[in-house]
Design a protein around this ligand. Sequence first.
Ligand code: CO
Length: 631
Amino acid sequence: MHRVKITDTSLRDAHQSLWATRMTTEDMLPILEHIDNIGYHSIEVWGGATFDVCIRYLNEDPWERLRTIRKEIKSTNLQMLLRGQSLVGYTHYPDDVVEKFIYKAAENGIDIFRVFDALNDIRNLETSLQTIKKTGKHAQACVVYTISPVHSIEHFVNTALSLKDMGADSICIKDMAGLLSPYVAYELVALLKEKVKLPIQLHTHYIGGLAIAALLKATEAGVDIIDTATVPMAFGSSQPPVETIVRALQDTEHDTGLKLHELFEVASHFEKIRKHKGFERGVTRITDMKVFEHQVPGGMISNLFSQLEEQNASHRMEEVLQEIPYVRADMGYPPLVTPTSQIIGIQAVLNVLMGERYKMCPGEVKDYVRGFYGKPPMPINPEIKSLIIGDEEVIETRPADLIAPGWEKGKKEIGDMAKSEEDILTYILFPQVALKYFAYRDEMGADEIAPILTTEIENTNINEKKPIKEKIIPTAKKRSNQKGDEEMNFAEIKELMMLLNSTDIGEIELEKEDFRLSLRKTNAEGDNKNKSNRTVTSKVTANEDDLEVNENIEEVVSPMVGTFYAAPSPDAPPFVKVGDQVDRGQTLCIVEAMKLMNEIKAENAGVVVDILVDNAEPVEYGQPIFLIEKE
Ligand code: CO
């Protein structure tokens, strides 16, 4: 008998794929003990985007989440997804930070580390694999699956063999786009079993519908462990449902041994959460199904969608999807997975929005071309390379060899604001977001942080709107202008809408008329009476009133929706101050958009007469950020 073991992804990949990673620890808590008793091989609960989203959007401490889960899940292995040298971020970190992070993750409860590199550049896995081995935990190394002229079955098997030499305890085939067809799965698993002689796990995504068949063929070929999710979070861009797989293998030599009625209890819990918060089911649209043509993973499609939506360009999705294969070929066929999916995706978006290829390239794209993410599977198109970085040299070494140690520096920078070594890591990984989160945490007091949405709203019926309003408004920053109107910007309003929309209580409408935004909340019956009416004025209005017309003054506007940063890092001096003389092409600030740092440069030489946005504040497309008096 060859029982297939199952990893449950519901608490990480599944909600990352379908619910924009928005499941809170409170959503999980009531069902954790039950999940522990299912008999899973492991439960993926941490890593990937969950860390970032916890501090950025949920006001949760990701380390605290891990400890809470560990307390409830006593017997099943806890698993995390680690992006090799990028840990749970989007850029390479120094070796000492990678080591510290892994030790802390192990200490807080991780048993199995699944580690991958987007380029299958095994040098980027050296430090993490070595460190995981030192902690005594299980090191599972990934072969990232994709289709391209270089990605043959032999390429994957050779990568797996090298990973075994580096100490991997098991190998995972990571098919993030759901491209692995059943017969290729059979061939690949059979060959890996024969040549590599380590436990083999298959991680795939449902999207085009190949996944269930791929898991079954992989099972026939001898796969040891497969990944599935509970049915309310399965299908679409997520994993296939565990219930289907359990049933399909029932009473065969591969029987999983899991009990359907117990799985349905878990499913009922998450279905309740799904309905309560208004999250979508996993579905496959035509654009998604076209993954067979464009190879873009489901998670990346929804990212692209929201990025385009932010830039008011969601109608250009089809063009972006057509552009992606060109950019990917130019860039040497990287598999599309974090962070290469963002790098290729954003470049495709910019190519489409700018109407010209590579006219604007964010720092991350340049760094990719310089070799700072590792070696692309094939050489980068030389013409495009010189267009992007000119005659700069490309590095040949392991990228992290060039990164100075970061732990002591980060520790010193954050000082007292860090309450633990975990806090220091959070800061080193996401400096700007961590500062905001720590400040929020201090302001709110530890007890009040988590239950912004859950417990309070759970017991609120639709006629009692007050508790929600009181609970939520303080989390969105308000300012007052001279007229005494409350001011919120679009990003804050959007955040508020998201919070309110994720309850069953009613609907939010947002109107934009002549720079005035009115925010209106109606109850579930759509009754407008007794609505809590709030009229807010965007910051743009106030600035416009104040402006005198001066022909010589040039407005530098934000080319995209994002977050304004006056300096390259929190401790660095600002790029420019009021009164500074700037040259044409000089960097004025950074606008972080779509998770990338975009340097905004002066189009003309002149003197900075005003900076219209505060550091770390959201900016809109076309919003004036600098006033420069031209020479
Ligand atoms: Co995945």
